[in-house]
Design a protein around this ligand. Sequence first.
Ligand code: T4K
Length: 375
Amino acid sequence: MKEEIFVTKPYLPPKEEYMEYLDKIWETRHLTNHGPFLMEFTDQLCELLDVDNCLPMTNGHMALEMTIQAFKLTGEVITTPYTFASTTHAIVRNGLTPVFCDVRESDCTMDPDKIEALITDKTSAIVPVHVYGMPCDVKAIDAIAKKHNLKVIYDAAHAFGETIDGESIVHFGDASMFSFHATKCFTSIEGGCSVVNDQDLMLRIYQLHNFGIMNEESVAYVGANAKMNEFQAAMGLCNLKHFDEITVQRKAVVDLYMKLLAGVKGIRLLDYNNEHIKFNYSYFPIFIDKDEFGMSRDEVYDYLLKNGIHARKYFYPITSEFECYQDSGFRGDVSIAKRLSTMVLTLPLYPDLATDIVERICELLKTAGKKGKLK
Ligand code: T4K
C-alpha cells in the first residue's frame, strides 16, 4: 500500500532528549503552574525573539485571546478574514466587532491601502496576520495605527523565529503571538506565546492567563486558565535546540517545490525571494487558476487525495463566511480574500519530507493540469 502523505508531520526530537526532561519531572513532581522548565523555556524564547518579556501559554489561541483582552479594547477591530478560525474568534470572544479588511493578492496579508477606509470612531485596534509566515507590511500598518491612535496586535501564529531586515518580527506593532501547535514549524505539542513590548501589559497578560489572580486573596480580572505545563515546556526546550536545522530542512523542501513547479501554467507560487526576510517556511500554498490550469482547486484536491496526498485548503472558507458569522452583520469588502480562498491548496511540508515524494506531488500536479485540459 502506498504511504499516505499528510499536509504536515510534527517534528519530534530524539526520544532520549525528551526522556531526560521527563526523568526530572518524575523527580520534582512539578507538572504545571509556572514550573522550572517553563521558566527556562521563557528565558530561551526571550533570547531567540530578542525581547525582555514573553509568556508561553497552553496554545496559540489562548495567547491571542489573552493578549487582546489585556489591551481592554472596545468597539471595532480591523482584521483579515484570510486566516484560521482562531483570529476572528479571539476578537469576537473578547466582545469586539471584527471589521474585515481585504488582503493583497501577492502574499495574502492585510492590504494596508484598504485599512484607512475602514476606520471609524469606534475602531480601537488592528489585528493583522503574518499568514503562511509571509510578514505583513508592518511599516505601513504601524504608521496607520500611529496616525489614528490604534493598537496593533499581530497574529504571528505562523511566523515564529522570522526577522524583517534582521529585526525580530515581534519588534513591530504593540503585541504579537505565536502558535506552537503540533502542526507548526516549531512545536511544544500544543502551545503558544504572547509577546508585548510593555512591562505592565505583560504582567496583566500573566495575571489573565492564570484566572486573573493577583495573589492568594485577590482576583482582579475575569481571566482564564491558559498556563503552559511542564511537558509542553520540555518539548519546547528540546525542539528549540533543533529549530535551526529544522528550518534548513524545510527550506530545502520549499526550494525543491519552487524549482519543480516554476512555470507550470495556472499555478501561482508565493515569492520567497526576498533578502529582507528570514522565513521559517511554515506552509507551502499554491494558487490554482482553473481556466489556465484546466482543473479547479477542488478537483486538484480530490485528484491528489486519490493518490494518497492530503493537501489542505488553508484558508477556505474565509472566516467572514463561517456559518457562525452568517447573521452577524460584520462588514468589509473582502473579494480578493474570497477569490484566493477558492484557489488555494496547501501542499505537504515538513522537515523530513522525502525528495521523491515532493517530486511525485509535483508530477501529479503537472499531469492533473493536462488531464483537466483533455476533458
Ligand atoms: N492563528 C492562526 C493564523 C492559526 O493558523 C492558528 C492555528 C491559531 C491562530 C491558533 O493557534 P493554536 O491554538 O492552534 O496553537 C491546524 C492546527 O490545529 C492549528 O494550530 C492551525 N492554526 C491550523 C492552520 O491548522 P487543523 O484542524 O487543520 O489540523 P489537523 O488536526 O487536521 O492536522 C493537519 C494534519 O497534520 C493532519 O492531517 C495530520 C497532521 N498531524 C496533525 C496533528 C495534530 C499529525 O501528523 N500529527 C498531529 O499531532 O488545524
